[in-house]
Write a protein that binds this ligand. Structure first.
Ligand code: UTP
Length: 234
C-alpha cells in the first residue's frame, strides 16, 4: 500500500476501559482497526497509546489477596497490562504499525522518521498514567490534538455516577478543568484525564478531546474539525 502522510498526525489514547472492559473487546478493536485504516488511506498517521483496563485491576486485586503489595507493585502490574494491550494492538495492525512499542516517552530515538503510519506506546514507569505518557509523546512528536477515548461521552462538572444534576461540558479551559480534577494522581484513579497530565498539557498549550470510543462516526467528525459529541479542553 502506498502511504501518503500528508495529513495531521493524531494521538489517540485508547482507554483500557475500551480494550478490556471485562473480557478483551475484540469486536470494538475490529471496528476501530477499519476506522484507522480508512484514515491512513486518507493520509493521516497515528500514535496509539493503550491503557491497562480490567487486566491491570484484576492482577492488582489478585496480588493483594496473596500478599501485601506496594503502590509501586500495583503500578508495575498496571504497566505490564498496558504493554500487553499495546502488543495486542501492534499485532492486529501488522504492517501498518512500527514493530517496536514505545515504553519510554522520553526516549524516541527509534521513532523519529519511521515509515509506518502507526506508532504504538504503552506505560512507562511507576507513578504515571498513560494520559501522562500520551501528553509527553504529543509534546516530543509535535502533536497538536490528543483524542482521549474511553467509555464516557462528556466531562461533567461533577461525578455523574454520584450526582444526578451533573452538567455536561462541551468546552473548558485547562484552568477550569484542573479545578474539577485536582492536582494529584493515584493509581487506578478514574478522572476523565489525569490531573498531572493535565498540568503538562496546559503548559504545552495542547488540546485534548474527551469522547466515547464507541461512536466512531463521532471521532471522525472531531478529526475532520466538525461538530462532535464530547469535551474539548484547551
Ligand atoms: P492507565 O491508568 O493509563 O490505564 O494505566 P487505564 O486505567 O486502563 O486507562 P483509562 O482510565 O481507561 O483511560 C493503568 C495503570 O498502569 C500504571 C498505573 O498504575 C495505572 O493506573 N501505569 C501506567 C504506570 O504506573 N505508569 C505509566 O506510565 C502508565
Amino acid at each position: 500500500m502506498k502511504i501518503r502522510k500528508s495529513k495531521e498526525r493524531m494521538l489517540i489514547s485508547l482507554g483500557g476501559s475500551l480494550l478490556v472492559p471485562g473480557e478483551i473487546d475484540w469486536k470494538f478493536v475490529k471496528r476501530f482497526k477499519q476506522f484507522i485504516i480508512k484514515h491512513i488511506r486518507q493520509g493521516y498517521s497515528f500514535i496509539l497509546v493503550t491503557g491497562g483496563g480490567k487486566t491491570a485491576r484484576k492482577y492488582i486485586e489478585a496480588a493483594s489477596q496473596v500478599s501485601k503489595i506496594t503502590d509501586d507493585d500495583s503500578d508495575w502490574l498496571g504497566i505490564h497490562a498496558t504493554r500487553m494491550n499495546a502488543h495486542f494492538i501492534r499485532t492486529v495492525f501488522r504492517s501498518y504499525a512500527h514493530p517496536r512499542i514505545n515504553t519510554n516517552p522520553h526516549n524516541l530515538e527509534d521513532f523519529y522518521g519511521v515509515k509506518e503510519p502507526i506508532l504504538v506506546a504503552a506505560g512507562w514507569r511507576p507513578g504515571f498514567s498513560t494520559d501522562y505518557d500520551a501528553v509527553l509523546l504529543g509534546k516530543y512528536l509535535d502533536v497538536k490534538r490528543i483524542i482521549n477515548l474511553s467509555d464516557i461521552d462528556y466531562v461533567c462538572d461533577k461525578d455523574p455516577k454520584k450526582y444526578a444534576d451533573a452538567k455536561k461540558i462541551k468546552n473548558i479551559s485547562w484552568k477550569e478543568f484542573r479545578k474539577i480534577v485536582g492536582d494529584t494522581w493515584q493509581p487506578g484513579m478514574s478522572a476523565p484525564f489525569d490531573p498531572v497530565a493535565s498540568k503538562l498539557a496546559q503548559a504545552e498549550g495542547m488540546e485534548v478531546a474527551i469522547m466515547s470510543g464507541h461512536n466512531l462516526e463521532n471521532i471522525k467528525n472531531y478529526i475532520a474539525h466538525e461538530d462532535f459529541i464530547g469535551t474539548v479542553i484547551k
